[in-house]
Design a protein around this ligand. Structure first.
Ligand code: BGC
Length: 724
């Protein structure tokens, strides 16, 4: 995997971030963290010895824009010194979608008012550290093991302290004036400099090519196994072919957009949805055994760890736009099932106990301490208690299978995940004297309430897993007996154990009163009944209440009971959904960004498109408008994935059911048309939803796709079918 994410060249005084998916290290951190790697984009410019930077000059003009279509970040800044002389700096950069090991930074410099002496210093900065740390201590995760800067090519190699992953970074330069760059000695950097007399008004152009390889990259083998050789080979093939590099990058993006594009006839929403798709696409692991962290590849916040955010919120996008990526996200989990088994054994349980936070090895990376809302360092118990992650992963496996029909995946990974997780739940429940089963001391999605008994969401997901385990054991036992036998033998699974799953599933407590109101967990209704502040649109924390009181109130951090309606819309009658939605909407403060999209989905189940739209906008613009005030810590990738689900599964109403698709649009006011493509079981289907009218046709793969609409079943083919 190459370089991805947020890269910042110099001249701004801000700290660059360079994240390479799959490179995690513990160093001195509480848990293994996504490594902020050496930065190949660091650039310093000096005019008559004075740095061209926001710290030492005035900025008279600045613009920065991201072209989402071709993933190019452009910038133009005009600096002015004390005498009023102006200097223009412009850059354009991208990391190639066609070759993830390659990136290009083009720079232009012009002195607008006078001739002057300029020095350009290009660094591969090996001094980067993880600075966004909850306990506020920067952690450096690597040491520089090799560096050199020659005539127009520099190289730096680092090795992470704990996981001993090698990271090679090479930079090659071309300049319009054929100016030579020479090495300068400077600490943990590979630095080279070029000095020249800049003539007034003349534009000096430099193109920096950068290549990145890590020792985890599977394609390293084809370069003889050395990250250095691989980096230098990539540079050699790119230098001098800037146009070709850009064209292949552009083409790769155009192909992605061809499938992933969602056209909404509201410009603001359409652009925001493009922003969502862009971020999900750049974060997807390509050919690497990795998953996507909660902040995608925008920062090291949350240690770059993988949460349920990926399976529940992001995966659906990939399921229907890049099914291979969805598969590889699930394979990331499967490859770590051994660690999940170890975690289960370590806690005295059976089967697979999945990590609440996962990184490279699959060990549970949940930090033991965190800083709470009052700034106090508090212990964290999510690794032991937030066990709904186990059901979330199984849910994702099942959705993947329904959407793709990928038998090979089920036989070689999916079944084992489901069975081993069912086994975990069966060992985690306790049996009451009345024969009922319960899950004690858990934390549901609503993390305000920790160590509660029988959290409705967790119990439901446990039941779902156990039932699915029984069903798949039977179904594969009759359709693929040999293969099922092989999986069962591998994990020593027998029919009696499966029968026990059934018994538990049928008897696990699920607290619901005669009106259908579900108690979030036992004793929840007895807590102080406070309401969220609904005065500013999406309900929020009531300012008159101290955050530390959350635990003793019915205020809910994020969709918890309501999550069930997002994930299982057909399992609860509309009256039940309504009663619960009314109750929990008043008490949920959406302190987690995951929440609004789930509420939007739940409202859409009831056809309440306007209500849904309010929550949807909150989720969709979360980063573009910095709604939570913390976008500097990275994008809220779950919210972005959730927004995609609201548009496609919610407003356009295209969902996967067992054995068919269904479509039932519920467009809110202001959106009259949505067009997109959607992979389902090897067929790419184009949908055009206008009001309640749906036009659909298969554009790639087999026709004959069953689809339900208005209670009737139709078949999609290459010929457009008009419904509604
Ligand atoms: C939320 C979790 C989420 C995590 C990472 C927490 O604040 O409560 O549900 O998985 O953030 O996004």
């Amino acid at each position: 995997m190459g370089l991805r994410g947020s890269l910042e060249e110099g001249c701004e005084g801000s700290h660059p971030g360079t994240y390479i998916a799959g490179v995690y290290d513990k160093g001195e951190a509480l848990s293994s963290e996504l490594v902020n790697a050496p930065n190949p984009l660091s650039l310093k410019i000096y005019v008559e010895g004075k740095p061209l930077s926001v710290d030492s000059m005035k900025v008279s003009f600045h613009t920065r824009s991201l072209n989402l279509k071709h993933a190019v970040l452009s910038r133009r800044t005009v600096f002015a010194d004390e005498e009023g002389n102006r200097y223009e700096y412009a850059s354009r950069r991208y990391v190639s979608m066609a070759n993830v090991h390659l990136g290009v930074l083009e720079v232009e410099f012009a002195s607008l008012d006078r001739d002057c002496n300029v020095t350009l210093r290009k660094l591969i900065d090996g001094g980067t550290a993880n600075t966004l740390h909850p306990l506020n201590q920067p952690v450096k995760h690597y040491r520089v093991v090799d560096r050199h800067a020659g005539q127009n090519t520099s190289y730096l190699e680092a090795e992470t302290f704990d996981s001993r992953i090698r990271i090679g970074v090479a930079v090659g330069v071309e300049s319009s004036e054929k100016l030579p760059f020479n090495m300068v000695e400077e600490g943990d950097v590979a630095a080279s400099e070029c000095s020249f007399l800049a003539e007034k008004g003349r534009r000096y152009k430099f193109t920096f090519y950068f290549a990145v390889f890590t020792s985890r990259d599977p394609d390293l083998k084809s370069y003889g196994g050395s990250v250095k050789d691989a980096c230098l080979a990539i540079l050699r093939s790119a230098i001098g072919k800037q146009e070709a590099a850009f064209l292949s990058h552009k083409k790769a993006w155009e192909e992605k957009w061809e499938t992933c594009q969602v056209e909404v006839d509201d410009d603001e929403v359409r652009n925001a949805v493009r922003f969502v798709i862009y971020h999900l696409l750049i974060a997807a692991p390509r050919g690497l055994d990795a998953s996507i962290g909660a902040k995608a590849l925008c920062s090291e916040w949350y240690g770059g760890h993988v949460f349920w955010d990926t399976e529940i919120y992001m995966l659906p996008f990939f399921l229907h736009t890049e099914p291979d990526t969805a598969r590889s996200l699930l394979m990331y989990r499967y490859r770590r099932i051994g660690k999940a088994r170890e975690k289960a054994r370590g806690h005295g349980y059976d089967g697979a106990f999945w990590p609440w936070e996962s990184a490279l090895t699959g060990e549970d990376e949940t930090p033991r301490e965190w800083v709470d809302v009052d700034g106090k360092v508090v212990p964290v118990h999510h690794a032991e208690r937030e066990i709904h992650i186990c059901g979330d992963i199984v849910y994702a496996v099942w959705r993947y299978y329904l959407a793709t029909g990928d038998l090979d995946f089920m036989l070689n990974a999916g079944l084992e995940i489901v069975f081993e997780t069912a086994r975990f739940w069966a060992s985690r429940v306790s049996r009451r004297p009345d024969g009922k089963y319960e899950l004690k001391c858990v934390t549901g999605p609503d993390e305000f309430h920790e160590c509660v008994d029988n959290n409705a969401y967790t119990n439901f997901l446990a039941r779902f897993t156990l039932k699915l385990g029984c069903e798949l054991y039977e179904r594969f036992g009759s359709d693929h007996p040999e293969e099922l036998g092989r999986v069962a033998e591998k994990i020593h699974l027998q029919g009696e154990e499966v029968e026990r799953w059934r018994e538990i599933a049928e008897n696990i407590v699920f607290p619901m009163d005669s009106n259908g109101l579900i108690e979030e967990f036992e004793g929840y209704f007895k807590l102080r009944d406070l309401r969220a502040d609904a005065s500013k649109g999406v309900p929020a924390w009531p300012e008159s209440v101290a955050p530390s009181e959350a635990r003793s109130t019915q205020l809910v951090k994020q969709a918890d009971v309501v999550m069930l309606f997002h994930l299982f819309p057909d399992e609860f009658p509309p009256e039940v959904q309504r009663v619960n939605l009314d109750y929990y909407a008043e008490r949920t403060v959406h302190a987690s960004s995951l929440s609004p999209a789930s509420y939007a989905m739940a409202y859409l189940n009831l056809g309440m498109a306007e209500e849904a739209y309010r929550y949807f906008r909150h989720a969709l613009f979360i980063d573009l408008r910095n709604i939570y005030g913390n976008t500097f810590k990275g994008v809220h990738a779950a919210s972005l994935g959730g927004s995609w689900q609201v548009v496609v599964h919610g407003f356009a109403g295209v969902r996967v059911k067992e054995g068919c698709l269904s479509v039932n649009p519920k467009l809110p006011r202001g959106i009259n048309r949505i067009r997109f493509k959607f992979w389902y079981r090897g067929s790419l289907i184009e949908f055009d939803v206008k009001g309640r009218r749906v036009e659909a046709r298969v554009v790639e793969g087999e026709g004959g796709v069953p689809i339900e609409h208005g209670g009737r079943r139709y078949t999609l083919s290459r010929k457009a079918l008009v419904l509604g």
